[in-house]
Design a protein around this ligand. Structure first.
Ligand code: PHE
Length: 475
């Protein structure tokens, strides 16, 4: 048993691999399969991918190590852990404010995450219905959406958005499943869910990628993703890449600190952090290699934006043999990935509520999940009843964003980078050096590089990227 003194952790992870699987489950999510291909598509492919990978390994990986370390050393929720490490280091506990911001960010992300994950449930049902009707038509392995024109298929997304009841129903279902798992605890809930869903996820991912490689425009997809056009690298695109790297690694949003607080003292953190970063990036790239061959094979627009996965791919499923089956598996895959991430999004705030207000886990999960559900409700209504609402109308780059996009934008482009900045400054300048050395277990040379990154490179890069990303006029 891994030892944990934090109240929320009960007895911690049952093994190192349980932790690794849960952390990879947290990292791999809608960010990899929905957001990454969307952003790569919108920002011209290769150039974006290069900046993204640089952000992951130069800034993200050392931060993953730092957050897990803070959790394990502090043995509490995100705010409590930073406070504990600050105390051990003899510096102000005020650094825990960054932990508080991480908890808030997790809460906000969870609210819209659940709405988007709800779309995947909706599409699983759509594809299931399609399978049933193709059975009835006597062609169970035919294409999807038989008899529908392209406009009808892409129109389905608009229909879904115009149907608040359906959106809310699916959002509710997804949030309820998340709350249920988190309420069951670290051992019987989070660990078990990750242990079942992640292996299934990987099998599906490989299967669909192979399918796409054989039937789709694989070469075109590879050249799109890996041939950089640097003229497309605007400051905004770089800000997107950084925000996406942080989001995808689950940084700046309490998840890794909280999961870290359940890790045993015998686990070596540096190799574990490296595994998480590689797995997450590998899945993002594989997801690109799964999606773009299909997109190009059917001649769809790679820069279609957030609707790429939900609106464009169904068009492709309508043209490929066995399309409704591939489609169903595809949406089940996204659903699994989303669920292990939403669990980690909920766990951060829940651990804080348990530690801070001494609530029972079930009550904390219901409370946080319920509140996030309410914010998610606004996001869902933002597509129909409240479609005129622009919550950040006063802020240039967010002025045109609906409710969901505003929360997505403010968390990804502002809050996560700010938290990343806080954590790197804290570890780089204020945390006790011996504590950092002992906890990371890095050898002298790597430790020096790590310190250099945390003290200088990460803060400066984050600051530059965010300032110029948010205020492109300054350049
Ligand atoms: N990393 C998850 C994804 O890529 C989202 C997430 C963000 C999960 C922050 C936990 C914390 O979908």
């Amino acid at each position: 048993m891994a030892g944990s003194t934090g109240q929320a952790g009960e007895q911690g992870w049952s093994s190192r691999s349980a932790f690794v699987l849960a952390a990879i489950g947290a990292a791999v999510g809608l960010g990899n399969i929905w957001r990454f291909p969307t952003l790569a598509g919108e920002n011209g492919g290769g150039a974006f991918v290069i900046v993204y990978i640089a952000c992951v390994f130069l800034i993200g990986l050392p931060l993953v190590l730092s957050e897990v370390m803070i959790g394990r050393s502090g043995r509490s929720d995100a705010a409590g852990s930073i406070a504990a490490v600050a105390e051990k280091s003899g510096v102000s506990r005020k650094w825990s404010l960054f932990g508080g911001m991480e908890i808030l960010a997790a809460f906000l992300i969870l609210s819209f995450y659940s709405v988007v994950a709800g779309w995947t449930i909706h599409y699983v049902f759509v594809m299931l219905g399609d399978i049933v009707s193709s059975f009835q038509a006597g062609a169970p392995f035919g294409t999807a959406f038989q008899g529908e024109t392209q406009d009808m298929i892409t129109g389905r997304m608009g229909e879904l958005f115009g149907n608040p009841l359906e959106l809310i129903l699916m959002h509710t279902a997804f949030m309820a499943i998340t709350v249920f798992i988190v309420a069951n605890g670290v051992h019987d809930g989070i660990e078990k869910a990750a242990g079942t869903l992640m292996p299934a996820f990987f099998v599906l991912l490989v299967l669909i990628t192979i399918y796409g490689a054989f039937t789709g425009a694989f070469a075109e997809a590879v050249s799109f993703l890996f041939t950089p056009d640097f003229s497309l690298l605007t400051p905004t695109a770089m800000n997107e890449a950084l925000g996406q790297a942080l989001f995808s690694l689950s940084l700046g949003s309490a998840a890794l600190i909280t999961y870290g607080s359940y890790v045993g003292n015998d686990v070596k953190l540096a190799p574990t952090a490296t595994m998480i970063a590689f797995a997450d990036t590998g899945v993002a790239i594989l997801a690109g290699l799964m999606i773009f061959p299909i997109v190009f094979a059917v001649g769809l627009d790679p820069a279609a934006g957030p609707v790429l996965v939900f609106q464009s791919l169904p068009v492709a499923f309508a043209q490929m043999p066995g399309g409704s089956w591939v489609g169903m598996l595809f949406f089940v895959l996204i659903f699994f990935a989303a669920l292990t991430s939403s669990i980690s999004l909920l766990e951060g705030p829940v651990a804080w509520v348990i530690d801070r207000f001494k609530l029972k886990r079930l009550h904390a999960a219901l409370l946080v999940g319920g509140l996030a559900w309410c914010v998610g409700l606004l996001c869902a209504l933002g597509y129909n009843v409240l479609s005129d609402v622009r919550p950040l109308w006063f802020w240039g780059i967010f002025a045109d964003s609906d409710i969901l996009d505003s929360i997505d934008g403010i968390t990804g482009k502002v809050m996560l980078p700010l938290a990343a900045l806080g954590v790197s400054l804290f570890i780089g300048w204020r945390a006790d050096r011996r504590l950092v050395e002992a906890e990371t277990g890095l050898s002298a040379g790597t430790l020096m590089l790590y310190r250099l990154i945390m003290a200088w490179i990460a803060p400066l890069a984050v600051l530059l990227i965010v300032v110029f990303g948010l205020f492109p006029g300054l350049l």
